[in-house]
Design a protein around this ligand. Structure first.
Ligand SMILES: [Zn+2]
Length: 108
């Protein structure tokens, strides 16, 4: 990339109310981590058996998907360009994929 676009280095901080979604809070969250973690472990064992590699791959992606769900994401609108994107509820900040600006999140 030869062309350098102007970087304003503009950082905006936004306050967001953390949404409580049913699955990603409390017991559902613990379940997601336990089941997901267990699934990853089994998939690693399947990898080790060589013949189990294919189902192992499937199980691995399913398990990481479950863990991902357990982490919990929330739609947050970028204050620069208003683009909505999923942001981890534990994130301190996020980089907008559209305008590339950094936004600092203050969770309420
Ligand atoms: Zn943006």
């Amino acid at each position: 990339m030869a062309e350098v676009s102007v970087i304003t280095n503009e950082k905006l901080a936004i306050e967001i109310e953390r949404k409580k979604s049913g699955f990603a809070s409390g017991v559902g969250r613990i379940f997601a981590f336990v089941i997901g973690g267990f699934g990853v472990l089994i998939s690693l064992l399947l990898f080790a058996t060589i013949i189990g590699i294919l189902p192992g791959i499937g199980l691995f992606f399913m398990s990481t998907g479950i863990i991902y769900l357990g982490l919990g994401k929330q739609q947050v609108a970028c204050p620069h360009c208003k683009k909505k994107q999923p942001v981890l509820k534990t994130a301190e900040n996020f980089n907008c994929p559209k305008c590339k600006n950094l936004t600092i999140i203050n969770w309420k």
